[in-house]
Write a protein that binds this ligand. Structure first.
Ligand code: MG
Length: 440
């Protein structure tokens, strides 16, 4: 098991991550030489950790192109555009401001999972500095956001959007969305009202995670301004949530379901998602005759699956959508631009009425490592014995006609989580209770 790499990079408080560990990780990544992009979000610890990453890469002979403060999907898009061997992004995504993380993405745009991170960690023991005349070159590129905006505009009907004269409220959460979202939407000819759109690594406007509780100001602004929609991102801009014209909060699952619906209407193919995603994705896919392929939880696994076998769209339950025609990053800005395009046809609440509604229930059971394994094994045996329709890529998910339940060990805490989804709250509760009994 990896010592430092979690599901998506090395994450921690500043004193845990620190400049020394960050330098060593970058050196290990840089040993393969080549050319790497380095980008960061606006957290206060970003400059020092970014300096460590740049020093680490260059010290072992890897060239560096610094992109400065840009969104994560911008940095990931630039890998292909600038033909580099990957990128390192200093961002703790939606986590509180005292956190930070080092995210590593390879040349194909695939984020490094914990399994691949383990290999990098082994190299940390074998660091060899480059000779004095072979250290990596360090250069700067300041057009990344402009390039990303241009690429997004090529993938939506800009003329149609421009004509429709939409009004949209953007809540940038004081994160990197501030550098791209207002500019993108202005260029699309949309009237915008912005909230928290100045970057501040303390996230003073609202916590970075765009949960319903955290975007109350956005909901109120959509209602009072009679806007067509509201949009909010997390600090690195890969996650996005919507608010409809009536002030209704659209959860991440439904952001993905809408995106899949818009995409599948234009292009047939498989849909990839994690085993924690709502059944609404299966329902949307079924409508278009598409197959859903499930992966373990974590963006790297989605990317790996999409590289292995083509898919038209990928995504996860928190509102991260991958549009492979642009990159394998979860791109909160292309997703937002696709919303603007869809709003030219119908109101957001009308789009939402086309997707089924589900209710869910979450439970957790205390369990140490050993008990976690036993519980998951028990559910797997139950599913096999009763010939249930199940997926066991990460815990066990049992799919039923109008419901599903997953029993999964937490990767970081001493819990086994039970998550059930059904057409009504009562059915979901019954299902979760049933599985709690099976495992205890
Ligand atoms: Mg994020």
């Amino acid at each position: 098991m990896a010592k430092y790499f979690g599901t998506n990079g090395v994450r921690g408080l500043f004193n845990e991550l620190g400049p020394e560990l960050t330098l060593k990780i970058a050196q290990a990544v840089g040993l393969k030489k080549g050319k790497m992009l380095v980008a960061r979000d606006c957290r206060l610890t970003g400059p020092v950790l970014s300096a460590s990453v740049v020093a680490g890469l260059s010290s072992v002979g890897c060239d560096v192109i610094e992109l400065g403060i840009v969104s994560a999907p911008t940095a990931e898009y630039m890998i292909k555009k600038l033909k580099t061997d990957g990128c390192m992004i200093i961002t703790a995504s939606h986590n509180p401001p005292e956190w930070n993380a080092i995210k590593v993405v390879d040349k194909d745009g695939v984020a490094i999972s914990s399994e691949r991170g383990e290999k990098i960690e082994k190299l940390m023991e074998k660091i060899e500095l480059a000779k004095w005349d072979k250290t990596g070159k360090i250069s700067y590129y300041d057009r990344a956001t402009a390039d990303h905006i241009d690429a997004i505009k090529k993938l939506v009907d800009t003329e149609k959007i421009n004509k429709r004269k939409l009004k949209i409220v953007l809540d940038c959460g004081n994160g990197t969305a501030s550098v791209i979202a207002p500019r993108l939407f202005k260029e699309l000819g949309i009237e915008i009202i912005t909230l928290n759109s100045h970057m501040d690594g303390r996230f003073p406007g609202r916590p970075s995670e765009p949960t319903k509780a955290n975007v109350g100001e956005l909901i109120a602004a959509v209602e009072s301004s009679k806007a067509d929609a509201g949009i909010a991102w997390d600090a690195d801009g890969d996650r996005v949530i919507f608010v409809d014209e009536k002030g209704g909060y659209v959860i991440g699952d439904n952001v993905y379901a809408l995106s899949a619906m818009w995409k599948l209407a234009k292009e047939k193919g498989d849909v990839v998602t994690t085993i924690a995603t709502s059944k609404v994705i299966e329902d949307v896919a079924a409508k278009f005759g598409s197959k859903v392929r499930y992966t373990a939880i974590g963006a790297p696994y989605l990317c790996e699956e999409m590289i292995k076998k083509p898919a038209v769209i990928g995504g996860e339950e928190v509102g991260g959508v991958i549009w492979p025609e642009l990159s394998l990053a979860k791109d909160g800005f292309l997703t937002a631009a696709k919303l603007a395009e869809a709003l030219c046809e119908k109101k957001l609440s009308e789009w939402l009425s086309e997707i089924p509604e589900y209710h869910n229930v979450k439970m957790k059971i205390n369990a140490d490592e050993e008990r976690k394994k036993k519980i998951v094994k028990k559910v797997l045996e139950h599913a096999k014995k009763n010939k249930l329709n199940f997926v066991d890529v990460d815990g066990v998910r049992v799919n039923m006609k109008n419901a599903w339940v997953i029993v999964r060990a937490s990767g970081t805490e001493n819990y086994v989580r039970i998550f059930a989804e059904a057409k009504t709250k009562e059915e979901a509760e019954k299902l979760a209770e049933e599985y709690k009994k099976i495992v205890s």
